[in-house]
Write a protein that binds this ligand. Structure first.
Ligand SMILES: O=P(O)(O)OC[C@H]1O[C@H](O)[C@H](O)[C@@H](O)[C@@H]1O
Length: 382
């Protein structure tokens, strides 16, 4: 169907059960299917490790979530949940340093699946020096857990049998749940057992609908993968929460398939990225070889709109206008609608589907979704 970096997307692979097993030796599809179990286990573990009690000494002035890659998304989720309703600001730090203002009145939640990521450990050590309150989430018996233990902060262990080959991208829900429970204990968001259970049920339902044995024409995960294939995806969220899901999809496409994508959030995306609708990658490829066996060989822009249930009315208007403009400029549009009332439900609906689509995209290109870009990552972190 389409070629990228030498790999060809073959839609038939997605309905070839033997291939889906052989092409995914680490069981990345199984790990996506474990999302609901991860959410339930992370909830229990967070409660057992004292997160539900952290509000007893009052609220912090601000919360800093320190993490990199997938772990940093835990901060983005928390920030999106708290942005409009909580009296405490939430900031995500991706890097080596705490913001200058952070001090003893603030809470630092350090998240690292491995417990060893250089940047996160450095920020946590700085938080210890400045006397910040600390919560940790990550592998036990690591530099991160040792730092959190030094100040007697709660630590939610993530690891053991959880996830595929210890990959953080396969353990998103284990990393995201503890900071939310901490914020709930502080009275900043309303999320308890029934909300986590409802989101887990939604993930379970998606796992059923997107299961490998379900054929492409009724499987929403495979359908979305086929819409992504061969395009340059422009992925927009229509709320802060949906934008986190957009970022997650873009990150996963890179991590699973080495596939580039651009993510954004409305209304901001309508002020800049929308210009690409008039750019060289929009519409039909004027330079495409008209005699090529397979048309559309060079990637063209496609807009993926992750629609939240709660949209600002003016954002809804700019979404409608953007869709009209895209159609006008020959840019195909896929709309993925969140479902559910609670934000956790809506996040699960969007991320759950996108996670499947990304793994199916990698498999459609004949790539092992557990090892894409592993060598590049290893080389840059040396
Ligand atoms: O969660 P951590 O172990 O700290 O890892 C943080 C990040 O590290 C690397 O960059 C990996 O490629 C990412 O997938 C991961 O999310």
């Amino acid at each position: 169907m389409t070629a990228a970096g030498g790999a060809r997307f073959e839609p038939d692979r997605l309905d070839d059960q033997a291939y889906l097993t052989e092409g995914d030796p680490s069981g990345m599809l199984r790990s996506v299917a474990s999302s609901a179990a991860q959410m339930r286990a992370a909830y229990r573990s967070s409660v057992e490790n004292g997160l539900a009690r952290i509000g007893r000494d009052g609220r912090p002035r601000a919360i800093v979530v320190a993490g990199m890659g997938v772990s940093a998304l835990a901060g983005d989720v928390l920030e999106a949940l708290c942005r409009y309703g909580a009296p405490v600001p939430v900031v995500t730090v991706r890097g080596h340093r705490l913001p200058g203002w952070a001090g003893a009145a603030d809470l630092v939640i350090a998240v690292s699946r491995s417990g060893r990521t250089e940047e996160t450990v450095a920020v946590t050590a700085e938080a210890v020096r400045r006397g910040c309150a600390l919560v940790g989430v990550g592998a036990p018996d690591t530099p991160l857990s040792a730092l959190v233990a030094r100040v007697g902060g709660p630590y939610v262990p993530v690891g053991g049998a959880t996830g595929v080959a210890g990959q953080p991208k396969a353990t998103l829900w284990s990393l995201v749940v503890p900071p939310i429970l901490a914020a709930a204990a502080l009275g900043l968001v309303s999320a308890g057992e029934s909300e986590f259970e409802s989101a887990a049920k939604r993930l379970e339902d998606l796992a059923h609908r997107c299961r490998p044995s379900s054929e492409s024409f009724i499987n929403p995960g495979k359908t979305l993968a086929m819409e992504l294939a061969g395009t340059l995806p422009l992925i927009w969220g229509t709320s802060p929460l949906a934008a986190v899901a957009a970022r997650r999809l873009a990150d996963r496409l890179g991590g699973d398939a080495g596939y580039p994508a651009i993510w954004g959030e409305l209304p901001e995306a309508a002020h800049n990225q929308i210009v690409t609708f008039d750019g060289p990658l929009a519409g039909r490829d004027l330079f495409a070889d008209p005699f090529a066996d397979e048309p559309g060989e060079s990637p063209r822009l496609r807009l993926f709109l992750l629609r939240d249930v709660e949209e600002h009315p003016l954002v809804a208007a700019s979404r409608t206008a953007a869709v009209r403009l895209a159609e006008d400029r020959g840019v195909p549009v896929s709309e993925i609608a969140a479902e559910g009332a609670h934000p956790l439900d809506r996040l699960a609906a969007l991320v759950g589907l996108c996670d499947y689509a990304s793994v199916y995209l990698a498999l459609g290109y004949g790539m092992d979704p557990a090892s894409a870009a592993a060598e590049l990552r290893a080389r840059i972190s040396q």
